[in-house]
Design a binder for this molecule. Structure first.
Ligand SMILES: [Zn+2]
Ligand SMILES: [Zn+2]
Length: 455
């Protein structure tokens, strides 16, 4: 019988979200009567029972979070929440779950600012124990020595986390890809991860999202050529829809617009929020000017570029309003171009195709990354070759694939095996991965579940 608290000889990994699914990541590490949480994210448009994930008839909720009652019942042993980056699937549930934990939160400046604004939106201004740590910092948090490490992904300040304890070291990759030219931030540096091999990393807990894809993940820089080509050839207005947090992409788009004599306006509150945070954190180049959206409707079409939210077909976002000609600041006309600088996230096919069809029926050209010959979107996650390289650099004793559905995690484990990682452990939310004193999994150690944060 395993006691409910790890002792000084134990090192445990207990995922409550994000293992067996893509979304709502919540990871717990246990050692010496203490727990450390890494990330606390949300999922969107999901059913409460994971078994219903592929059932199109199941009731879905706008926002769901992992059921954190296991750690809430043990909050006195929780040393803190460490955040890897500011994507919703990593920080989206903090404002809901943290009030039941009241522990310190550790994040780099950009992530901390995104989080702070989320708390403000909920009317929570005071006594927020958010500790801002610089990238590449090392801190002792309870019995864990935590090191933030610059890695490359698809937003500012993505961090991998190295957790060192008296009985072993864990490398938690969080979301990553190998990007030698990320446009914004520090290029991927193999030496950082290679140097870890000397420390005999016990386990590497690793992103599986693109493990089924061959080759290397595309660099963020590669979008510049593709978007540049399309935008320079467009005749009327250009609308580009992309993920608001991809500040590098926003910078690329504004630069291309400026080169082509187009003024840029942002349509969507999350875009305005992200650019404002990027400015505050020093990531927005001063020379890149934006035009207020109220002015954009008065300009000749060939001088207009709109960056809009809603690439996933969200009905209230900027793009949906432009498609149905209900945006108060601008009407689109025949001959205009809409570019989806994004992917179709599985589950969003229907609302996206509704918008695409409406636009096409109005004579507006629609360009989607999936069917475009040019690179206009780059994923932030590792493909097969990125994974092979990283396993080669780190040489962990155990590979633990996470951030994926079963098929992605199995593919990731297979890659680890062929790369020479001696052991691979695949499991799902609620399974306890025992890494010390012996290596094993206790299946269904905690009943993993989801809670609805809104309807
Ligand atoms: Zn991410
Ligand atoms: Zn993620």
């Amino acid at each position: 019988m395993t006691s409910t608290l790890p002792n000084a000889n134990d090192l445990w990994f207990l995922p409550l979200g994000g293992t067996g699914e893509i979304g709502m990541n919540l990871n717990l590490y246990g050692h010496s009567k203490a727990w450390l949480m890494v990330d606390c994210g949300a999922s969107f448009q999901s059913p409460l029972d994971p078994k219903d994930d592929s059932n199109p008839k199941a009731k879905t909720y706008d926002v769901v979070a992992p059921d954190a009652s296991y750690i809430e019942a043990r909050k006195d042993s929780l040393c803190g929440i460490v955040l890897t980056h500011a994507h919703e699937d990593h920080i989206g549930a903090v404002t809901s779950i943290w009030p039941n934990l009241a522990c310190p939160i550790y994040a780099t400046p950009f992530t901390a600012e995104v989080l702070r604004r989320k708390f403000y939106q909920k009317g929570m201004y005071e006594d927020l124990p958010i500790h801002v740590v610089a990238p590449n910092t090392t801190l002792d948090i309870g019995p864990f020595t935590v090191t933030w490490l610059d890695i490359t992904h698809s937003l500012p300040e993505p961090q991998a986390i190295k957790i060192t304890t008296a009985v072993g070291t864990i490398f938690h990759t969080a979301d990553w890809k190998i990007d030698k030219n990320p446009v914004l931030g520090v290029p991927f540096d193999p030496s950082v991860f290679h140097s870890m091999s000397k420390e005999k990393v016990l386990a590497m807990v690793c992103d599986s999202t693109n493990a089924l894809r061959d080759g290397y993940s595309a660099s963020e820089k590669s979008c510049e050529n593709g978007l540049g080509k399309i935008i320079s050839q467009a005749k009327g207005r250009v609308v580009v829809s992309c993920f608001a947090s991809n500040v590098a992409r926003l910078i690329t788009i504004v630069k291309i617009a400026n080169l082509n004599g187009r003024y840029v306006a942002l349509f969507g509150r999350s875009l305005e929020n992200m650019v404002s945070i990027a400015r505050r954190c020093g990531y927005w180049p001063d020379e890149l000017k934006l035009t207020h959206r109220r002015h954009i409707g008065y300009l000749p079409p060939h001088e207009v570029l709109i960056i809009a939210t809603g690439s996933q077909g969200e009905p209230r976002a900027g793009l949906a309003k432009l498609a149905s000609n209900e945006h108060r600041d601008c009407d689109l006309d025949e001959g205009d171009t809409v570019i989806f600088s994004s992917i179709v996230i599985p589950g969003n096919e229907k609302p996206i195709s509704k918008i695409v069809n409406t636009l096409k029926s109005r004579g507006i050209e629609v360009i989607q990354s999936e069917s475009c010959n040019e690179t206009i979107h780059a994923s932030g996650h590792p493909c097969r070759n990125d994974l092979i390289d990283m396993y080669g650099y780190v040489s962990p004793q155990v590979a633990i694939p996470v951030h994926g559905e079963a098929q992605h995690m199995i593919a990731n484990a297979e890659i680890a095996k062929t790369t020479g990682v001696p052991k691979q452990l695949t499991g799902k939310n609620g399974d306890l991965f025992i890494l010390k004193s012996h290596i094993s999994i206790k299946r269904n150690f905690v009943k993993a579940g989801r809670v609805a944060l809104s309807n």
